[in-house]
Design a protein around this ligand. Structure first.
Ligand SMILES: C[S@@+](CC[C@H](N)C(=O)[O-])C[C@H]1O[C@@H](n2cnc3c(N)ncnc32)[C@H](O)[C@@H]1O
Length: 256
């Protein structure tokens, strides 16, 4: 009688952990979000009950309390319940709330970390979130806070932090993000990368600057990376060696 809060990773089924795959293979019930790849859900046996609690475009999603009720109900009735979420359940995934509700109902909870988009999206674009000499840290924030419940983010402090900023749920808040970070003192030409649908067939990366972010199309789901590393792509072609130097070297080597 355990509900396993399982991270499905950023999109590509290959990025699922072995533990997640094993649990899916013996799940009595899988309660999943909408954007989970079908190939991941199909790791569950044919007799597994599948419950989609994700929000359909244009329709209201299941309220969190309704999801909690489903988890508690299944958790009481079945041995192995998998609550499958995108990325990592404890990174802006409401996994913490679900775990506490389940524990309060007397149900055991386990967490299986997933690869969070806050790392996978920059990585997919060839952006190392930390890099010697360029960035000695990274800060992950959401642009979508609940004004009634969440502590207010200090965007000026984020601008001064000197770390790479990785911003989730920023599509509808790109104008405010840019304004707050510019007000906080980040230069207008600070590099920005917008990575859409990382690790899926729809993956796309746009490179821009903080000043240009409001004019950049940001489509859900996208991760916004702000800072010097956002100008990097370790996957870019390596420049060919300078032919003059090569031939000098070749001549020198041949003469020896
Ligand atoms: C509700 S949060 C969930 C985050 C998730 N728990 C994680 O660890 O990645 C959803 C946001 O994650 C980001 N996101 C999720 N999947 C993504 C992907 N494949 N590519 C880029 N960003 C993604 C987007 O910023 C999206 O708005």
């Amino acid at each position: 009688m355990t509900v396993h809060l399982v991270g499905a990773g950023p999109g590509d089924p290959d990025l699922l952990t072995l533990r997640a795959a094993n649990l899916l293979g013996r799940a009595d019930v899988v309660v999943h979000d909408r954007l989970i790849d079908q190939r991941v859900i199909e790791l569950a046996p044919p007799w597994t009950e599948l419950v989609n609690v994700g929000k359909q475009p244009g329709a209201p999603g299941n309220a969190q309390s309704a999801i909690n009720d489903i988890l508690i109900d299944r958790g009481r009735r079945f041995d192995c319940v998998v609550r499958l979420k995108g990325g990592d359940p404890f990174v802006f995934g409401r996994g913490g709330e679900e775990a506490l509700e389940l524990r309060a109902a007397g149900i055991d909870v386990a967490e299986v970390p997933g690869i969070t988009s806050s790392i996978a999206a920059p990585a997919a674009a060839g952006i190392p979130v930390t890099m010697r000499g360029i960035s000695s840290g990274f800060t992950v924030v959401t642009a979508h806070t609940d004004p009634h419940h969440d502590p207010t983010l200090d965007w000026s402090a984020l601008a001064r932090s000197g770390t790479t900023l990785v911003i989730l749920m920023g599509a509808a808040r790109k104008v405010q993000i840019a304004a707050r970070l510019l007000n906080g003192g980040l230069p207008a030409d600070t590099p920005v990368a917008v990575v859409h649908a990382a690790t899926t067939s729809q993956e796309q990366t746009q490179r821009t600057t903080l000043a240009q972010l409001p004019a950049t199309e940001v489509v859900n789901p996208s991760t916004i990376i702000v800072g010097a590393v956002a100008a990097q792509s370790v996957f870019d072609p390596v420049p060919a060696p300078n032919p003059t130097i090569t031939s000098e070297f070749t001549r020198g080597a041949a003469a020896r």
